[in-house]
Design a protein around this ligand. Structure first.
Ligand code: 4AD
Ligand code: MG
Length: 480
């Protein structure tokens, strides 16, 4: 017997050869038509049972959610919506799903809110929406590796547990095996981390960048793609405490080359999904349009999903300096009319998501790369410009998302870096190895970090990062 996936069968011609397929029941109509889904595609396989030939007790167990195995031949479909269907000769229940129990879950066949689905994150992958989102997420992840391999990058696995704070922002989760109730103490009463597992303080990484930089100094061009952790108390639709980040790092690239790389990379992976996920993307576009109907005009997506993605492919990202952006924001209507929550009064202000979105969605109406930010609001490792006020930073801002990429040219000058580390009050001893790369064959180099969930959000048209990662980790939430 040939074992098949629904996807393969739906793309096959009718045949007299018996096939077997296993999956979960999505619906069972007229005691005759089973809609079977096995996750391989958004589409269901219609399986036709002649109830006269099957035991009534067996058919009663074909319920929504049940796992079944069916065998039969593929025949031309009489009904609408599919070319072929399976004429079932053998039916086996692999796992029952009690109808009364199913009614209490999101598996019950009716519309459930995304909030409700989040509460049952272990079951939501059985819905069309999550099937589509997670297949697209998987294809995007493949496209990312594909892009960098083609460009001659090497994938490096940077550590998850680290002794340093790569962003210098102190938003870290501690890793420790010390007894919380009775930790060993130093004479001054502070905790003695020399007795901890690693003999020092450690935390979950906030970014693989620093280690990636050291590898770019040997392999030339590298990227990491791993989980990163931030203990920032941000309860927004864009922030997770655990998220995945893609971080390329390239020796001899300046900031302009870094922008070119980021733009080319994003366009490649977006196009890849458009080419390889047609059915899921068509479904997601429809889903977004339906959801938009329930929203006030101002919150609706200005373009259908696929048109929006096509627009990204066809247009250059607009490159604008921070200083220009501040001038635009200062003179903007929402600033003058005091509609921004944080008014832009002077150069040096940190940009909030409302400002980023104004620039992208209202002013430029296309993706924007902001560069040359004030040194004061950016991390220690960014290269100081000749004006001594700004650094060679770049953020890419996307419509509906805000910041999707953060990156920079790195400070490659030993003395300047040492000074910046001191100025920001970071203990130089923690970063001795990072500083040392500036002593042995230092060179200009650049890189960036792309938040994977924000990319998935953009590509799928979903609106909350909690709905594009299987099990979201956010403040006060680590269920599952
Ligand atoms: O701007 P960030 O903090 O930059 C860095 O971590 C650099 N070390 C990257 C580099 O240059 N190699 O983060 C980069 C991106 C952001 O633009 C955003 O897309 C995403 O990571 N990001 C988050 N995504 C989800 N939840 C959070 N809490 C995020 N914080 C950042
Ligand atoms: Mg950033």
């Amino acid at each position: 017997m040939q074992m098949k996936k629904v996807l393969e069968l739906l793309n096959s011609e009718p045949s007299l050869i018996e096939m077997n397929v296993k999956g979960w029941v999505r619906s069972f109509r007229s005691n005759r038509f089973i809609a079977l889904n096995d996750g391989s595609t958004i589409n269901n396989l219609q399986c036709v049972v002649d109830f006269e030939n099957f035991d009534e007790e067996l058919l009663k167990r074909v319920t929504v959610g049940a796992a079944i195995s069916v065998s039969g031949t593929l025949v031309e479909s009489q009904g609408q919506g599919q070319n072929v269907e399976l004429q079932v000769s053998k039916l086996e229940i692999l796992g029952d799903a009690d109808t009364e129990d199913v009614k209490l879950t999101i598996l019950s066949p009716k519309r459930h809110t995304l909030e409700k689905l989040r509460e049952q994150a272990h079951l939501r992958i059985r819905t069309n929406t999550f099937g589509a989102v997670m297949r697209v997420r998987s294809v995007l992840s493949f496209a990312i590796h594909d892009y960098f391999r083609q460009k001659g990058f090497f994938h490096v696995h940077t550590p998850i547990i680290t002794g340093s704070d790569a962003e210098g922002a102190g938003e870290m989760f501690r890793v420790s095996t010390l007894d919380l109730h009775n930790p060993p103490k130093n004479e001054d009463g502070s905790i003695n981390f020399k007795e901890d597992f690693f003999g020092k303080e450690t935390n979950l990484t906030v970014s693989g960048q620093l280690e990636a930089e050291t590898y770019a100094m040997g392999l030339g061009q590298v990227y990491t793609f791993g989980p990163t952790f931030r203990a920032e108390n941000s309860n927004t639709s864009r922030h997770l405490a655990e998220f995945w980040m893609i971080e390329p790092e390239v020796a001899f690239n300046d900031l302009a080359a870094n922008m070119d790389l980021a733009e080319d990379f994003i366009k490649y992976v977006v196009k890849y999904v458009m080419d390889h996920c047609k059915e899921d993307m068509a479904f997601l576009e429809q889903r977004q349009q339906q959801e938009d109907k329930t929203k006030p005009e101002a919150e609706r997506s200005p373009m259908p999903l696929l048109e929006k993605l096509q627009f990204i492919l066809e247009n250059n990202f607009k490159r604008v300096s921070y200083t220009e952006a501040i001038d635009i924001l200062k003179a903007s209507k929402p600033n003058k009319k005091k509609q921004f929550k944080y008014l832009i009064e002077e150069w040096g202000a940190d940009l909030q998501s409302e400002h980023e979105r104004f620039l992208v969605e209202k002013h430029f109406k296309c993706p924007v790369i902001l560069f040359d930010y004030p040194a004061k609001i950016k991390a220690f490792y960014m290269r100081l410009n000749e004006d001594k006020q700004t650094v060679r930073a770049m953020d890419i801002l996307f419509p509906g998302i805000g910041e999707i990429v953060g990156g920079s040219q790195r400070e490659e000058r030993y003395d300047v870096l040492k000074q910046k580390i001191a100025d920001m009050g970071i203990d130089e001893k923690e970063l001795w190895w990072y500083l040392e790369t500036r002593k042995f064959g230092t060179c200009i180099h650049s890189g960036f970090g792309l938040g994977f969930e924000r990319l998935v959000l953009f590509v799928t048209g979903m609106t909350n990062v909690r709905d594009v990662i299987p099990y979201p980790r956010t403040p006060l939430n680590a269920e599952f």
